[in-house]
Design a protein. Structure first.
Length: 196
């Protein structure tokens, strides 16, 4: 008797699931919608796109050559965040490059919370240039005078399999500006770099 009841319940369940074609059709989009986020593997691949070079150039420092790659230049409110990677150039004369003051602005910025100045091994020499507005935008600074950028670059060494990531926050040009020139010391001025 128990088996018969279980069989009847199973048949009723199957009849309820299969009886309404409209229900199956209606429930078909749900898996498709669920599959759509799974199909966001394409956007995931697109999300990896910011690591694709926005701009790239070659420079030299510490007896070797390197590739400087801007990986992201993105607005964030009243600022722009610049992310970059420094890798060893193929055929470089040196197997390791110390970054030190390569990307510094050369100005010893006085610090308000100490009698000293900011060390010269910071990423504060980068700037944005709006050629149409004829304005230059510098790296942002904390109230103490320290740059909002990668620092302690005397301890940063670029090796064959050891890239160095850099970041700087700069003042942003007006919202209407969609492309800027980016000046990077020891590399060059990149022109018409899109602001994301």
């Amino acid at each position: 008797m128990g088996r018969l009841l279980a069989l009847v319940a199973a048949l009723a369940l199957l009849a309820g699931c299969g009886g309404g074609d409209d229900q199956n059709t209606a429930s078909t989009p749900a898996p498709t919608d669920t599959a759509a986020p799974a199909a966001t593997a394409t956007p995931t691949a697109t999300e990896a796109a910011p690591t694709a070079p926005v701009a790239q150039g070659e420079g030299s420092a510490d007896g070797g050559r390197f590739i400087f790659t801007i990986t992201e230049l993105k607005r964030s409110g009243p600022t722009v965040v610049l992310n970059a990677t420094v890798t060893l150039a193929g055929g470089s004369e040196s197997d390791s490059i110390q970054i030190s003051d390569t990307f510094a602005d050369g100005i010893n910025q006085p610090l308000e919370d100490t009698d000293a100045s900011e060390d010269a091994d910071v990423f504060d020499g980068v700037s944005l240039i709006d050629p149409e507005g004829r304005k230059k935008y510098l790296v942002a600074r904390e109230t103490t005078g320290r740059c909002v950028c990668s620092n302690n670059l005397s301890a940063a060494f670029v090796g064959e399999d050891a890239p160095v990531n850099l970041e700087a926050t700069l003042a942003a040009p007006p919202e209407t500006v969609t492309k800027v020139n980016v000046f990077v010391p020891a590399v060059k001025t990149f022109t018409d770099v899109p602001l994301a």
